[in-house]
Design a protein. Structure first.
Lengths: 311, 372
């Protein structure tokens, strides 16, 4: 009997291994490989006419973080400023899409099943159209003679068209537009799970709406808030399409800078070093998230054990 | 009667999902006394939960008014009403510890930390959870969660505690234990409890009075014994306890007692008249446990006609009792529970037997009764 168990176990392991092999191999070749190249390149000397020299070189990071002080490679605070500006833009995107999505997710979660599915479909609908096309649509909407300004002037609210296109505002609008579905879905998932009787219990115990929100609703939906925020923050930190299409050349973000280093300046090592910076920021954020999530897991794990003991 | 809770002509209708209107409450009036354990009993959809939610403030009435301690509360939102609820699935906050769950109603009222700690400690001790304060809700068994829910809704000393089928999720033994504990707790605290259940046995065990609801109206509001012995209509008779309801006609009335004849010709003499007149149709309620094999020679009920005869169609032994079903000519199947004592023996299926109906154990329900 123990032998049968052994072979069963063995076969299960084999199946699992077989199922996991293709995606693992794929990730290793197309994700870990390029990542390793980036890490190595970021510590190499940039060649004079593009390309790299295989010599250890720490000034790629020095230019960003402050110790480069040679004739060719100088520290310039502008890189750090761009990085901070990007962090600020990503944070603004997170915050605005959160404020936008939270009430909507509540509203949708209380809809009848059929309408719910329709609304979720509508929210994911933009994914079916190319991002570039959708962003050019925004150019048409926001430009001085575009729909937005025409409408406002038609209503007599403004006399002159507002300067929106190719400004930071346009970039923020575009970013929020692009990332709202990413915020909505995890938020919706956690709000939908929220047990309405908990809200009633809170009111029954004497808590007003505000107290109920901060003491019950917010903590219960926190995993969705944190999850959505991270899913929006990470890609918006590195996003370069929105700033280049809606921000004109005026708004440079870290994503644009990296793109330039690789494609126009042909300084791969420096571009790689900038990329590593972004990745470091993201990793810190992810570790924080994992800590929150595993804390939740440990709690529910203990709960399961207790239930089994009680039963 | 100026009780702690007075409900006057409460009506409430819902739009049914498949169209049409459901009358959840139809002109319900009810008064609950101070320190009373009142149960709202009825099948699902009878309006008992709607009535409870109207009192707690989660359901508006279409018409009528609710007074708590003399104050009309229709304008008060749920969080301002001096009542607390134990919810069916407890609705404990999973992100808070036992202690913080119990402290919730005190925290939102801004009561001092030291006082909260003291009151929560006392409350946890009262419900038998002393020392469990630091646990998470998920670490508790069903019975323990039940106690936390109870402690949480009692800690703010509400004027009325509402309980929405709180024992339905517990297994049988635990449920019986909690029934006794709840009753004791209510007695000790002196708070009025309004308890919603569909379990008639539970209602009988715990309540001072029971309001039987069906179709949005109160069918009868009485003490458990009264409800069981003298149900006001056929619905109550069928809903509470086991019952044999036999069609009969009143053949003679003499003061407070009357004689009735059953459909098969059996005559039962000297029944409590219950307002009936000669010739009136009635339902005769005979509880299965009141039928006996023999009453003794000297008893006047052993006269001819005072017995039901038939063929045993079902028979089984259930520890304290033998349960029989008797197929009689002209009557619906008659159920009987015979006390399993030294004198009684097992009846075999197909056997012919007669059971006596003691005249004082009979209750007459006027008319054909409401269709059940």
């Amino acid at each position: 009997m123990s032998k049968a168990h052994h072979t069963l176990e063995h076969r299960r392991k084999l199946t699992l291994f077989g199922l996991l092999l293709p995606p693992s191999a794929f990730l290793a070749v197309f994700f870990l490989g390029p990542l390793a190249i980036m890490i190595v390149y970021s510590w190499l000397t940039p060649g004079l006419y593009g390309g790299v020299e295989w010599k250890f070189f720490h000034l790629n990071y020095g230019r960003i973080l402050g110790w480069a002080d040679t004739k060719y490679e100088r520290f310039d605070p502008v890189y750090f400023e761009i990085f901070l500006r990007s962090v600020k833009l990503a944070a603004t995107t997170v915050l605005l899409s959160l404020i936008l999505c939270y009430p909507v997710a509540f509203w949708v979660s209380r809809m009848p099943e059929k309408r719910k599915n329709l609304v979720i479909f509508l929210i994911t609908l933009p994914f079916f159209i190319s991002l570039i096309v959708r962003l050019f649509a925004w150019v048409l909407i926001l430009r001085p003679t575009g729909f937005f300004n025409q409408a406002l002037m038609g209503l007599g609210l403004i006399d002159e068209p507002l300067e929106i296109i190719f400004t930071g505002t346009a970039v923020v609008i575009g970013m929020v537009y692009v990332f709202v579905p990413f915020m909505f879905l995890p938020l919706y998932a956690s709000i939908e799970k929220l047990d309405l009787s908990l809200i009633e219990a809170s009111q029954d115990l004497g808590a007003n709406r505000l107290q109920t929100f901060f003491r019950v609703i917010l903590p219960m939906t926190l995993p969705g808030i944190v999850g959505g925020s991270i899913i929006v923050f990470i890609p918006s930190l590195g996003n370069f399409i929105v700033p280049s299409l809606l921000g004109g050349a005026k708004v440079v973000m870290i994503g644009n800078l990296i793109e330039q280093q690789f494609l126009s300046a042909r300084n791969w090592p420096f571009g790689a070093a900038l990329g590593m910076m972004v990745m470091a920021a993201v990793l810190v954020l992810l570790l924080y998230y994992i800590r929150i999530v595993t804390r939740e897991d440990r709690r529910s794990g203990a709960a399961k054990v207790a239930e089994e003991v009680a039963a | 009667m100026q009780g702690i809770l007075r409900i006057e002509n409460a009506s409430k209708s819902f739009q049914a999902p498949e169209g049409g209107v459901i009358r959840a409450l139809d002109n319900v009036s009810l008064t609950v006394a101070h320190n009373e354990f009142l149960t709202l009993l009825g099948p699902s959809g009878c309006g008992k939960t709607t009535l409870l939610r109207a009192v707690s403030g989660f359901e508006d009435l279409d018409s009528g008014e609710i007074y708590i301690d003399g104050e009309p509360v229709s304008d008060q939102p749920a969080h301002k009403r001096p009542v607390n609820t134990v919810f069916q699935r407890y609705a404990l906050f999973p992100h808070l510890t036992v202690e913080r769950n119990v402290a919730y109603s005190l925290e939102v009222r801004g009561i001092a930390k030291t006082e909260i700690r003291e009151r929560v400690g006392n409350m946890l001790e009262l419900v038998g959870l002393a020392g469990m304060g630091a646990r998470k809700i998920g670490q508790l068994s069903g019975g323990q969660q039940q106690r936390v829910a109870l402690a949480r809704s009692l800690v703010a000393r509400p004027k009325i505690l509402l309980l929405d089928e709180p024992l339905s999720a517990l297994d049988k033994n635990l449920r019986h234990k909690m029934q006794q504990e709840l009753k004791t707790l209510q007695h000790e605290l002196g708070i009025s409890f309004i308890f919603v259940t569909h379990d008639q046995e539970e209602a009988l065990v715990m309540s001072d009075r029971i309001a039987v609801l069906n179709g949005g109206t109160i069918q009868q509001l009485d003490a458990p014994e009264e409800l069981y012995r003298r149900p006001g209509n056929e619905f109550v008779a069928r809903f509470i306890g086991e019952s044999n309801l036999l069609d009969a006609t009143v053949v003679s009335v003499e003061g407070e007692s009357c004689d009735v004849v059953l459909a098969d010709g059996t005559v039962i003499r000297d029944c409590p008249v219950n307002g009936l007149k000669r010739g009136d149709p009635a339902k005769v309620l005979i509880r299965p446990e009141n039928l006996v094999e023999s009453i003794g020679q000297s008893n006047p009920d052993e006269r001819a006609g005072h017995q039901i005869s038939g063929t045993v169609s079902q028979s089984f032994f259930a520890g304290t009792d033998y349960h029989l079903v008797l197929a009689c000519k002209g009557l619906p199947p008659v159920r009987a529970s015979l006390r399993a004592g030294p004198g009684t023996s097992h009846h075999t299926i197909g056997e012919q037997t007669s059971l006596f109906v003691p005249h004082d154990a009979v209750h007459l329900i006027p008319g054909q009764g409401a269709p059940a």
